[in-house]
Design a protein around this ligand. Structure first.
Ligand code: NAI
Length: 400
């Protein structure tokens, strides 16, 4: 089948299996180029393993540290005549490359919020790995059905208290315009967003894994958060999603307590703003990212998800002396280069000036757009998109 991108707003409805394979290979090559990670994890569970930071975490663990990995994700499988989602093709590519390298890799496709998928994962760990020494929690989802009550929660991306007006960009057309977002009109929206993106499900996972005896002595677990600049505070850190991130971060001491008798530790890592399927859904943020990319690329400090995860593992989680550097609030910071004062000052200056007319000059909107299509396996160097592609790619460990 000839597969071309088909987009609706910030969603791409198609994905390219060969592009996904190449993009996974590129990430693997990057990790290999950094050399072997000493003292790295050996048996790793990644929850949210098919795209974005979770996929890069899995690649870093496997190809940087030689780890056996189990990946959990929620993707649409491909079949004859039916294109699968990008995360499906990424996972197929990952398993293929892992097998070639002689690395154990199995995947579970289902709702990570459910008790069933937790049970299935535990059974697989028991059967194949015995225990895991790292659990990466990298879910990003607009909804969650609570496993104990059956209540379905939907998250919202809204400011709290006052309406928020700022610039935003349509990255397909390059039109910069003002957007006004009304604040939440009921506290329920805040609670629902916390229920979806907060720390409860991470806690449920860790409790279940611990009770099943599948966490190794000295286990580490890490989840991902974001802070960003003041200009996005109303929609991000001080908005509904920020309340969920506060809740996620507040789960760290709870998990440290839970893992104490295993000498285990839990962390939240604050990551850089990057183009992923999740971040492209947030208003205002894509324009900020376009300006940020331009500034960071000029300074030589730009990173993608794989560069971020490589630095997280080698310079934070698994340092030579075993010390994990944390900020005053107890968080890992790999958004340090994004938040550097000189970077932020330049972005803020450009933010005030950016218009539809000067967008292409003062921002890296082209880089944003390319990264967006790359997420779905499109515009990857070396792939001929006019060529027939086999859409019916299987994830080897998943029985149909
Ligand atoms: P993403 O959308 O690329 O990945 C989300 C992953 O979660 C995918 O593997 C997807 O299959 C999985 N998933 C979603 N719902 C699921 C479900 N019900 N069951 C099983 N798997 C499910 O997202 P991204 O951006 O990599 O986000 C991961 C984490 O990183 C999130 O906590 C996000 O807030 C955080 N983060 C993202 C930043 C960004 O700029 N993209 C910056 C800093 C933190």
């Amino acid at each position: 089948m000839i597969i071309q991108p088909r987009t609706r707003g910030f969603i791409c409805l198609t994905a390219h299996p060969d592009g996904a394979l190449q993009s996974v290979k590129n990430q693997i090559e990057y990790v290999k180029s950094k050399g072997e990670l000493k003292n790295g994890p050996k048996k790793v569970l990644v929850i949210g393993a098919s795209t974005g930071f979770g996929l890069s975490s899995r690649i870093e663990a496997a190809f940087g540290s030689g780890a056996a990995t189990i990946g959990v994700f929620f993707e649409k499988p491909a079949s004859e005549g039916k294109i699968g989602t990008a995360g499906w093709y990424n996972s197929a590519a990952f398993e293929k490359e892992a097998a070639t390298a002689g690395l154990y890799a199995k995947s579970i496709n289902g709702d990570a919020f459910s008790d069933e998928v937790k049970k299935e994962t535990i059974e697989l760990i028991k059967k194949d790995l015995g225990q895991v020494d790292l659990v990466v929690y990298s879910l990003a989802s607009p909804r969650r059905t609570h496993p104990k009550t059956g209540v379905a929660y939907a998250s919202v991306l809204k400011p709290i208290g006052e309406p928020f007006t700022n610039k935003t960009v349509d990255f397909h057309t390059g039109v910069v315009s003002d957007i006004s977002i009304q604040p939440v009109d009921k506290d329920e929206d805040i609670e629902n967003t916390i229920a979806v993106m907060g720390g409860e499900d991470w806690k449920f996972w860790m409790e279940d894994l611990k009770n099943a005896g599948v966490l190794a002595d000295g286990v580490k677990t890490v989840a991902y958060s974001y802070i960003g600049p003041e200009l996005t505070f109303p929609i991000y850190r001080n908005g509904t999603i920020g309340q969920a991130k506060n809740d996620l971060e507040a789960t760290v001491p709870v998990l440290n307590d839970l893992l104490k008798d295993l000498n285990g530790t839990s962390y939240v890592s604050v990551n850089k703003a990057l183009v992923t399927q999740s971040s492209s859904a947030i208003p205002v943020v894509p324009l900020y990212i376009s300006l940020l990319y331009k500034v960071m690329k000029a300074k030589g400090t730009h990173e993608g998800t794989i560069e971020q995860m490589e630095r997280l593992f080698s310079e934070r989680l698994y340092t030579a002396d075993g010390v994990v550097p944390l900020d005053d609030a107890g968080r890992i910071r790999i958004d340090d280069w994004e938040m550097a004062a000189d970077v932020q000052a330049e972005v803020a200056k450009q933010w005030n000036q950016v218009t539809t007319e000067n967008l292409a000059d003062i921002s890296d909107i082209e880089g944003y757009r390319k990264d967006f299509f790359n997420l779905f396996g499109f515009e990857i160097d070396g792939i001929d998109y006019e060529k027939d592609a086999n859409e019916n790619v299987k994830v080897p460990s998943i029985a149909e």
